[in-house]
Write a protein that binds this ligand. Structure first.
Ligand code: S3P
Length: 175
């Protein structure tokens, strides 16, 4: 892959499509990808929703940071999909920057995220109610906009097309 030293993290609100875009990006760039939430579920042997519901969000954030740290030290994956809250934690942003990763915000409207959240089978404890989720979405814009790159997601684009656009614009790969 071109620019093979470039490692990126994908951030953005729940439902924006970070995990799917990361998978397609890995396919297009022929490189390894890793999904932080999946790593947490595998190491904890529990679903994210179970962890948050049983142990609370503070505990989840702690293991999220530990697993992020572990991935950055031990994995050779070039594309890392974060969970929607990971980038909002200052400690995580510091770790990501100090490991020289480029952060990419998949920026989209609340309507787009909410539609995907509502259609998904995944249980998201922080997105159970539309009004509260909208509030969280608004609060988080201030953190997401700290990312190095902002990709505005047009709702008509598929996750594959978004991945292709990122591959072309960030990695100069013609597809
Ligand atoms: C969270 C987002 C989730 C997951 C957890 C917390 C958040 O990931 O990490 O439920 O705080 O926004 P997705 O963004 O993949 O849904």
């Amino acid at each position: 892959m071109e620019n093979s030293n470039k490692r990126i993290v994908l951030t953005g609100f729940m439902g924006v499509g970070k995990s799917t875009v990361a998978r397609f990006l890995g396919y297009l760039l022929k490189c390894k990808t890793v999904d932080l939430d999946s790593v947490i579920e595998a190491s904890e042997k529990r679903k994210i929703a179970e962890i948050i519901e049983a142990d609370g969000i503070t505990h989840f954030r702690k293991i999220e940071t530990e697993n992020l740290q572990k991935i950055l030290c031990e994995s050779d994956a070039l594309i890392i999909a974060l969970g929607g809250g990971a980038w909002t934690m200052e400690e995580n942003r510091r770790i990501i920057k100090s490991n020289n990763l480029t952060s990419v915000w998949l920026e989209s409207t609340f309507q787009h995220c909410w539609r995907n959240i509502s259609m998904s089978k995944r249980v998201r404890p922080l997105a159970r109610n539309k009004t509260q989720t909208r509030k969280l979405f608004d609060e988080r814009q201030n953190f997401y906009c700290l990312a190095d790159w902002h990709f505005v997601i047009k709702p008509e684009l598929t996750s594959f097309e978004i991945a292709r656009q990122i591959a072309e614009e960030m990695f100069s790969i013609e597809i």
